[in-house]
Design a protein around this ligand. Structure first.
Ligand code: ASP
Length: 644
């Protein structure tokens, strides 16, 4: 077994500390490198192979220099794209072959999770030198080394990380490491370049970190319009439910302590990894000597993994607080310490220790990872376990890719014993859990995949109609009256329907308002899955092609058909908030079926309907129904007879 370093989680705290300590010795030895015996010869007779499928200056040259300084030798395909990869060789085969030429492999690749696939096939230790936008653990070692030397400690320091946090792998590894050392972390993403969900989830799960919003004033010097979040170890705090909204901004800011930054870590926009053009024209954070003139930044050091592309002005280069060139220089001693450790530890380690350990509850059958840049979508992976379950206490379930860490929503679940499948919805969580325990759970990509595997759909339980067309009409009249009673000025009102049924109900409410008051109220359609920064107008309305409703400074009423756990409502609130800061936000639902998991209370409810958890409530509307009829029905997801 070999010792791989694929993610920062593969190194224990003590190992990180010992690498940082050893790197200091290496740095001292490098200063005296002219003296005989100054440098350790711990890699004498060993070979490192560097496989770089993406450009690199610092990482590759410092790895190679480190190996030579340790008395070892380096082989390298200067451009992997011109190697066998261009003839269609898999990364798995390349890793297998090259590991018979070398004692340690260093890999950089453009696909997320590539390092793990290569490590599964390598017979010697493999070090990840950056895999897509996933992780870059050795950069983090350099960052920690530089930070520790500058600040004396990592524990409890406050570090702001700014820029492209969505695709910046150095920021991903760094935030995970800082959380382990209990640093306070301020995140300042450029708009639309926030940390991915999987990462925030990890720091929350592993280290109890929860985001809270920082005082914008503390960071005002950094950039205009920043949306800074402060990651702190969690205190029981129900407000943290709204992590991606600012509903509770005032309260949180009132509680927040002023921030003194120990370090500001800037990153560049990862243009080559962009999958879309949504961030075209985004104002990117920039720091210059003005920023650093702010008295609160007196002791703030400035870091950057480089290359910089305008985020840090050159006029800071001579400032003693600018550490980015020192960070780059630390690459040699830090990588010497790491390579020495990895070469010394050839025995007794599981593949990639912490981050690849087979996890209980990992699924065998799974859909494709939802991350388009994940290696598992490009190369066949042999490992049976590709995902682990992530369950939130509140009952949502996701699959987490063991290669790239991205979350994939569960869409279709099946039962291996009954050979039946069903579309997954949150209230089905009980089934998912039970089938998992019985080892009967199968997760499919799509209905098509389930049917190809010869699974049949579950028969639903008998249907019971619980609201007639007249009752729905009456409930909508009452909802409309109640909304009007609470809205003195109709011109400030915006109705936003949650796609799909909620949008049709919202339209009916708007029509009722027009009939009662002769006023046209703006109507928007919100797609909680879509998650943009605007809410489009109702598509059927004349002359609104491509228009958006105005949320800022309006009273917003969100309309949905059924409220259950509250998660959709929470997501809808978040979408509204992203589109602008409303004067107020209210929630109107036709049916409240209970089983709330979030502390949310709709302002207006057409009908309260106590249900059992396994029951499904469906609002069938004439606009969407094959029989063009309105009614609300209730039935079991899975016919109780079939389930037994
Ligand atoms: N050099 C770092 C990396 O390879 C940072 C960057 O390219 O922005 O990820």
């Amino acid at each position: 077994m070999s010792r791989h370093v694929l993610a920062i989680a593969d190194l224990a705290d003590e190992e990180i500390e010992s690498i940082l300590h050893r790197a200091e010795e290496m740095e001292a030895a490098l200063v005296r490198r002219g003296d005989a015996g100054a440098l350790p010869r711990s890699a004498a007779g060993r070979i490192m192979a560097t496989l770089f499928y993406e450009p690199s200056t610092r990482t590759r040259l410092s790895f190679e220099a480190a190996m030579w300084r340790l008395g070892g030798a380096v082989i390298s395909a200067s451009d992997m794209k011109s190697s066998s990869a261009s003839k269609g060789e898999t990364l798995a085969d390349t890793a297998k072959v090259v590991s018979s030429y070398a004692d340690v492999l260093v890999l950089r690749h453009f696909w997320d999770g590539a390092a793990r696939v290569a490590a599964e096939h390598a017979d010697v230790p493999l070090i990840n030198a950056g895999d897509g936008s996933h992780e870059h653990p050795t950069q983090t070692l350099c960052d920690l080394y530089t930070l520790k030397r500058a600040k004396g400690t990592l524990r409890g320091i406050t570090v702001a990380i700014g820029g492209d946090l969505k695709r910046g792998r150095t920021a991903h590894s760094l935030v995970r490491a800082l959380a382990r050392f209990k640093a306070k972390i301020v995140i300042i993403p450029a708009r639309g370049m926030e940390f991915p969900g999987w990462l925030l989830q990890k720091v929350a799960e592993e280290h109890g970190y929860r985001p809270t919003v920082a005082r914008p004033g503390d960071l005002k010097a950094l950039a205009r319009d920043v949306n800074a979040l402060y990651l702190v170890p969690a205190r029981p705090h129900q407000l943290t439910l709204f992590t991606d909204t600012e509903f509770d901004l005032e309260e949180r800011l009132a509680e927040a302590e002023p921030i003194t930054l120990d370090a500001l870590y800037m990153t560049r926009p990862q243009r080559e990894r962009r999958d879309d053009t949504t961030d075209d024209g985004v104002e990117y954070l920039r720091v210059d000597s003005d920023t650093f003139e702010d008295p609160t930044m007196r002791h703030t050091v400035l870091m950057h993994p480089l290359p910089r592309t305008g985020e840090i002005s050159q006029d800071l280069d001579r400032d003693p607080r600018a550490l980015y060139f020192r960070q780059a220089a630390s690459g040699v001693p830090v990588r010497m310490a790491l390579v020495e450790m990895v070469l010394a530890e050839r025995v007794g380690c599981e593949v990639g220790t912490a981050s690849t350990r087979a996890e209980p509850g990992a699924t065998r059958v799974g859909p494709r990872c939802a991350n388009p840049n994940c290696i598992t979508r490009r190369e066949e992976v042999q490992s049976e376990r590709r995902f682990r379950f992530h369950r939130e206490p509140a009952g949502r379930a996701h699959l987490v890719c063991l290669y790239c860490d991205h979350e994939t929503r569960i869409q279709v679940i099946g039962n291996r014993k009954s050979k039946r499948y069903h579309l997954y919805e949150e209230p089905m969580y009980g089934y998912l859990d039970a089938w998992l325990r019985e080892d009967a759970l199968v997760i499919f990509d799509s209905v098509k995949q389930a049917e190809e595997a010869a699974y049949k759909p579950y028969k639903l339980g008998p249907q019971k109609s619980i609201m007639s067309a007249q009752e729905i009409d009456r409930a909508l009249d009452e909802l409309t009256d109640a909304i009007l009673r609470d809205t003195p000025e109709l011109k400030d009102l915006v109705i936003v329907g949650v796609r799909t049924a909620g949008a049709f109900l919202a339209q009916r409410i708007v029509e009722r308002i027009r009939a009662l008051r002769g006023a046209a109220v703006d109507l928007g359609v919100l797609d909680v899955q879509g998650g943009g920064d605007t809410i489009p107008s109702w598509p059927g309305a004349p002359g609104v092609e491509g228009a958006n409703v105005t949320i800022a400074d309006h009273h917003v009423v969100i309309v949905d058909d059924v409220i259950n756990t509250g998660w959709t409502a929470k997501d809808a609130l978040a979408c509204v908030w992203r589109a602008g800061r409303p004067l107020s936000a209210r929630l109107a639902v036709l049916v409240d079926r209970g089983h709330r998991q979030l502390p949310l209370k709709p302002t207006y409810v057409g009908k309260h309907l106590p249900t059992a958890p396994h029951e499904r409530v469906r609002v069938r509307l004439r606009e969407l129904d094959r029989e063009h009829r309105d009614r609300v029905v209730i039935y079991s997801y899975v016919d109780p007879k079939a389930a037994a």
